[in-house]
Design a protein around this ligand. Structure first.
Ligand code: ADP
Ligand code: MG
Ligand code: MG
Length: 875
């Protein structure tokens, strides 16, 4: 049988998201639940993929299947597509697996032309409605499918309203709209050099094709990269019978959430507009009514509405985001999906759903996106500053958080200034999908128009960016780049502070304070800890970072980079001295200065971490970062070392490396200068003994040798460590256990991991270097060309942010297996940036690592991601 590319809503269900997209699968599910849904069919994601495989043409067999489903839809509805007595009108809606702003806009009222519009007028006895639908259709089709700018149509509409002296679209009557349709047709012809297409079948196929095409537009590509959505998924297209919210005052359209998406409060939340269609509610043209108002306006409908909302929430066991339309006093649902929500709301809803008995803890864990926690781990305004500041304006608290920055007036500007290191707040009349990159770059977003479900609000919540929307008091002059409020004017050089939790806007820079984990957040994190098998450690080099890490739930330190301790002003001189030393004697002199500092560092860490494991990595300095650069510094150091300026300068030049990333670093330094490893061992062991003696903590130091590629090299350094440790332990007359392990960060070490495990008691995968060396490009330079690779779809993700599971991941998995084959109880962890990326954490869980280690601020994220991995793949 031929492949099936088109499904009626009655043929699908919610489990078919991959094929039907999220919207299509849920329309099918609602249909089977008996909820009033206008019927239709879904063209599958496979048809979209086929479109691309076939060189961007829609296959005839797909067209044939669409036409045959259209016949079935005609039977279901008792109407006929293109018929001049009972015309069937449809919407064409894109719908990928994951909801994706940035893709094609929906086309409504498709099937209208000069003949069918008259039929609609006659059939409904409402010519105003018929022509209102027609002008909308022409504009949408011309804009979305044919690329004629929407603004040109809107200008004509504005001109018409001006001539009539009215403000609202709804003030235009049937004759006006008919005239407007005529003007639209002329405009179209002028722009495209041909008549507007009148054949509904052609309109339909063109629209479906346009949805497929939009899957690859730049906005969609940017969104996909930010959200980890592979381009191979494709999008589905839904074709659905129209219901009309623009038929008059007993019709309307709205959006609703089954719980408050900003706070999580268990109360239906929504907005609607009477006599309106489609996007009118979110477009911010007229101000919508809160959903409560519907109870007074149409009590019967409201009751039915609330029943359906409850049914859907119980059915999906999650907060729902829904679209509905009322046509002549009859209610229809047009969409439902698990609603996007703020991090606060996500936590409250997850905990509430368990307490209400709707979810298990395991299910609840899966309801919070680990990446979202980030927003809660970043500063909020400090209360004192807030109390002393007076807001200059107040808008809607659309997405929580605290943002402070200088004003940027366009997305472009926000992007550029942020790239140059400036903190900016994006201020717009309203945002649109073209603004996405600027919205990502901005600290916060402030809009003049639009409600809680406006584009800015929805996107900001999705990204976890602070947003204040609908701040109507502001007068924004986008051309001259000024904001005026209460007679005061702010420019690109002025600071604004936004409080996304209250909607307050401040005309100054306010201070922020550190976050803490409490309430629902704490409850959920405790559940995550009960569930997960993978341990979570932090990368921390100072007691301050270590303390933060423990507060965020870290169970140890997976990576202490000892070279990071040397940047401090009072230390760098000694380190430089060590680096440029020409003789062992000179070097030992410098190392003697460093030893006490290093010991103090480790004591601080051990005391903070108590008996939690701490992995200390031996020196791995990129030498060029430490060498003195300017003559002043060289002179000072020369004096200190009793050298002439010229002598020292020559030494520094001789240390220059062509490729420092592959240069004299890591354990190679200890091979050349064993006294460095000696000093570090002494510092680690003495610190552990001292903390043991003073505080009674039983410390088992983990010493980690970096950049190993060969077992003999590891053994050479390890022998120094063991000999020194033995000596120090004997000197102190105590007993102390310690471990020596290695980083696996050079491909050769991964390949020979079974041998290396003979000497190493633990492996820590240094996936930053391992990625760099496996791909053969440096992480400091890759940024310059990776953009080209994304655009050309060679790589879809930055491999330094998201572990390349098929390549680098294979090395990790292989090394883990080889390591275990040699040493069954070998401890395995990862300490690259990837330790804080949810999909990489899942990978680490799946291949059986013991722990991930990430920066302190990502620890909660990793804890949750580890629990989710456990729920999805029990081990
Ligand atoms: P988006 O994914 O951007 O929300 P949708 O496809 O959901 O786009 O549609 C945009 C708007 O058009 C929504 O308000 C939706 O309810 C409305 N709409 C879509 N299809 C129909 C239809 N068949 N009848 C009435 N309204 C529709
Ligand atoms: Mg929608
Ligand atoms: Mg490294």
């Amino acid at each position: 049988m031929d492949k099936k590319f088109v499904y009626l809503f009655s043929e699908g269900n919610a489990s078919m998201k991959n094929l039907l997209g999220g919207k299509g699968a849920n329309l099918a599910e609602m249909t089977s639940l008996g909820i009033p849904v206008p019927q239709g069919f879904t063209v599958t994601t496979e048809a979209c993929n086929k479109y691309y495989e076939d060189g961007k043409v829609i296959a005839q067999e797909v067209i044939n299947q669409i036409e045959s489903k259209m016949k079935e839809l005609e039977n279901i509805t008792g109407k006929e597509f293109g018929n001049v007595e009972k015309p069937l009108l449809v919407s064409v809606r894109s719908g990928a697996r994951a909801s994706m702003p940035g893709m094609m806009d929906t086309i409504l009222n498709l099937g209208l032309n000069d003949d069918t519009v008259e039929a609609m007028a006659k059939l409904t006895g409402n010519p105003r409605f018929a022509y209102d639908s027609y002008r909308r259709f022409i504009q949408m089709f011309a804009d979305v499918v044919m690329g004629v700018e929407k603004r040109l149509f809107e200008d004509l509409m504005d001109k018409m309203k001006e001539e009539k002296g009215v403000h609202l679209d709804t003030d235009l009557d049937a004759d006006d709209l008919k005239k407007l349709v005529g003007q639209f047709m002329e405009l179209y012809k002028k722009e495209k050099g041909e008549d507007f297409p009148t054949d509904p079948k052609m309109q339909l196929i063109e629209s479906v094709t346009a949805v497929f095409r939009s899957w690859d537009n730049p906005r969609a590509n940017v969104y996909r990269r930010l959200n980890d959505i592979p381009s191979s998924w494709g999008t589905a297209v839904n074709v659905q019978e129209m219901v009309f919210g623009n038929k008059g005052e007993t019709s309307g359209t709205g959006v609703a959430f089954s719980r408050n998406p900003a706070t999580g409060e268990n109360k239906v939340y929504g907005e609607y507009l009477m006599n309106a269609q489609g996007e009118d509610v979110v477009a911010g043209i007229r101000t919508p009514q809160p959903i409560d108002h519907l109870e007074e306006q149409m009590p019967e409908i409201y009751k039915q509405f609330v029943d359906i909302v409850n049914t859907l929430e119980k059915h999906y066991k999650d907060m729902q985001d829904m679209e509905f339309t009322i046509e002549d006093g009859k209610l229809y649902f047009l969409q439902t999906r698990n609603g996007k929500r703020t991090a606060q709301a996500a936590l409250k809803i997850a905990v509430d759903l368990v307490e209400e008995g709707m979810n298990t803890k395991e299910e609840a864990i899966l309801k919070v996106d680990p990446k979202q926690l980030d927003t809660l781990l970043h500063p909020a305004f400090d209360q004192e500053g807030l109390d002393n500041a007076t807001p200059i304006a107040k808008g809607l608290p659309a997405s929580p958080g605290a943002a402070c920055g200088k004003i940027a007036f366009t997305a472009e500007e926000a992007k550029d200034r942020a790239a140059a290191g400036e903190k900016v707040v994006l201020v717009r009349l309203e945002t649109s999908p073209e603004d996405i990159e600027g919205m990502v770059a901005a600290e916060g977003i402030l809009t003049v128009r639009g409600g809680m479900t406006s584009h800015a609000a929805v996107v900001a919540r999705g990204m976890g960016t602070c947003c204040v929307a609908g701040c109507g008091e502001l007068k924004v002059d986008e051309v001259n780049k000024t904001v005026t409020v209460n007679g005061k004017t702010y420019t690109s050089n002025d600071y604004l502070s936004l409080d996304g939790s209250t909607g307050n806007v401040y005309g100054e820079a306010l201070n922020t304070v550190a976050p803490e984990i409490s309430g629902h957040f704490e409850t959920l994190m405790n559940w995550a800890d009960e569930i997960r098998a993978l341990k979570v450690r932090a990368n921390a080099d100072s007691p301050r970072d270590a303390k933060q890490a423990v507060e965020f739930g870290a169970e140890g330190i997976g990576l202490c980079r000892t070279e990071h301790m040397f940047f401090a002003e009072d230390r760098i001189a000694a380190v430089r001295e060590m680096i440029v030393s020409k003789s062992e004697e000179q070097r030992r002199k410098a190392l003697d200065k460093i030893l006490p500092m290093q010991r103090e560092d480790f004591i601080g860490l051990y005391e903070t971490m108590e008996e939690r494991p701490v992995t200390i990595r031996f020196l791995d300095p990129p030498l060029h970062e430490f060498l003195p650069q300017i003559d002043e510094e060289i002179k000072a150091l020369a004096k200190e070392m009793g050298l002439t300026f010229e002598e020292l300068k020559a030494t520094i030049e001789s240390l220059h490396e062509f490729n420092p990333m592959m240069g004299h670093r890591g354990c190679r330094l200890a091979v050349s200068y064993p006294e460095i490893a000696e000093m570090q061992t002494r510092a680690v062991i003495e610190a552990a003994i001292q903390v043991k003696n003073n505080k009674g903590f039983n410390i088992v130091p983990e010493i980690m040798i970096p950049l190993v590629g060969e077992i003999k090299e590891l053994k050479y350094v390890k022998d120094i460590v063991v000999a020194t440790a033995k000596k120090v332990i004997e000197e102190n007359g105590v007993e102390l256990d310690y471990q020596v392990g290695t980083m696996i960060e050079i491909p050769r070490a991964a390949l020979l991991a079974d041998e290396i495990a003979k000497e190493a008691e633990f492996f820590s995968f240094g996936t930053n270097d391992l990625t760099q060396m496996t791909f053969g490009f440096s992480r400091d330079d890759a940024g310059k060309f990776l953009q080209d690779y994304y655009e050309k779809k060679i790589y879809e993700q930055d491999p330094f942010a998201k572990l390349d599971q098929s390549g680098v991941g294979q090395l990790v998995q292989m090394a883990a297996e080889k390591g275990k084959a040699t040493r069954a109880n070998i401890k395995l962890g990862i300490c690259g940036e990837h330790g804080g990326d949810p999909s990489s954490v899942e990978f680490c869980h799946n291949i059986g690592l013991n722990y991930v280690s990430c920066s302190p601020f990502r620890v909660p994220l990793a804890r949750l991601a580890a629990a989710q991995a456990q729920v999805k793949n029990k081990r």
